[in-house]
Design a protein around this ligand. Sequence first.
Ligand code: ATP
Ligand code: MG
Length: 579
Amino acid sequence: MRWSKTYIPTMRDNPSEAELVSHKFLLRAGYMRRLAAGVYNYLPLMQRVINKVSNIVREEMDSAGAVEILMPFVQPADLWRKSGRWNDYGKELARLKDRHDREMVLGPTHEEIITDLVSGELKSYKQMPLNMYQIQTKFRDEIRPRFGLMRGREFIMKDAYSFDINEEAHQGAYDKMVAAYHRIFDRCGLSAKQVDSDSGAMGGSGSHEFMVMVDTDGGECTIVSCDKCDYAANVEKAVFRELNPPVQDKEIKETEEVDTPNAGTIEEISEFLKMPPNRFAKTLLFNAEFKGKKKNVVKPVAAMIRGDRQINEIKFKNYLGCLELEMAGPETVEKLTGAPVGFAGPIGLGCAIVVDPEVENMTNFVVGANKADKHIINVNLNRDFKTTGVVDLKNAPVGEGCPECDGLLTASRGIEVGNTFMLGTKYSKSMGGKFLDRNGKEQLYIMGSYGIGVTRTAQAAIEKFHDDKGILWPKSLAPYQITIITMNAGKEPQQEAGEKIYNELTEAGFEVLYDDRMERAGIKLNDADLVGIPLRITIGDKSLAEGKIELKLRNESDLVRVDLSEIIEKSTEFLERAI
Ligand code: ATP
Ligand code: MG
């Protein structure tokens, strides 16, 4: 491709709309343009990258035995009502009405559609195992679209769905998909880490996420891993083994209200009362929105965790089974407790109180008194207040023990590029997915669903591979493998050599971007770095006079002069070395 014949609107300065380095480069290097919040035009270079990712995904899905289909983007609301997700999916589900006032949604995922598609026709055990996938645009009305394609509202996803006759067969199908995912991300140059994850709105029994590990703000997920074994989990899901549990008093004491002037945080009170934070129980107030018969209802709920722990809102939300969960603002806190923020406690609190198991095991602990500048000491669960439930509500802290071995937990950041779910019979049950087994008995089939963010994967590669000048594409995803630049545009014999090399490499099967613009060399060299093509060939008078050209890999600093006659072998050799 000639640069002058395609459309690559590079920008000199960093666009102000972008915070993340990969987002900046996608805009600056002319890969995409924003149309609305979280909605982008993909320009020619981006479309080529998307095709590269999609082709890798397609090849690996096909070889794992999945078959490609394409389902509708616009879907009838009825199917979402049938599965129960019309309510459960919340505001991310974009809803609209057609001219006949029929309710429709823009597809954020396709469990409902595929289950409806096969129901009634996938009716014998002989038709399974079955796995169908598609690569398609999705829409999710994300509350905070950001970071470009990382968290878009419109994005491209590969979604696959498996159907099996029993749990054992499903496990086999699931393992096959997981293996295919590792191959896909390896081929994209990304080697993703597989972690235990929370199943969230998808439902079902188990799930894994595939993370591209990065040290930048692009790593929106916190991953907790063991330093010894291969235990790794999203912090939303991670559990741990406590190394030094605090010793508890044997003798139960009487409660006492104490003054804690201007001490609203755990650190301040701990300092003031000269007691370690693990003798305190924090009472955190939330507003939870529940599905109601006619209207949804919002109720306050309290979560209690030990003073030295962090709340994990996902675990709390899953336990409550609510639609939305939000930390209560100062107004709600004051209304509920009669005190300013920082002094909430469980005694006399007029709402449901859920406690973490660590709190259940504490004796004579300290809580807020629901009065300004006051706390209560020697509090004991059951004697002084009641709980509505006991469940793990905390993040797994770094430095605690691995739940599976004697190693220690560490934290790192990742970008979730893929997700695999064991769905069990959630959708076959609600959508009528039955078949006849070997004995002629009616059964529900066991489903799995498997997503890969195609556009997010492309951007994750940039977040992982870049320098201050621009992108360093892994060769498997790069829009072109080679870019050619003449140092003096239009000048002979450079011009003729450029044309010749371009034709020769293209005919040899390389994907080549020939920068034939009548621009200064400096501009073209900068643009080449920005755009991130793995191999650059420069043609200048001096070397050309000796029958040579210069080769440079984007991820190496050396310029190597090679004979014109060797250009194909040398290009192949260089590209083998590229990322
Ligand atoms: P997240 O937790 O990041 O919101 P999710 O769990 O909602 O993602 P899935 O339903 O598992 O996402 O979707 C499958 C894949 O689609 C994800 O692993 C991710 O790569 C991609 N994806 C999900 N939401 C977005 C988005 N808003 N923008 C771009 N890609 C996305
Ligand atoms: Mg997910």
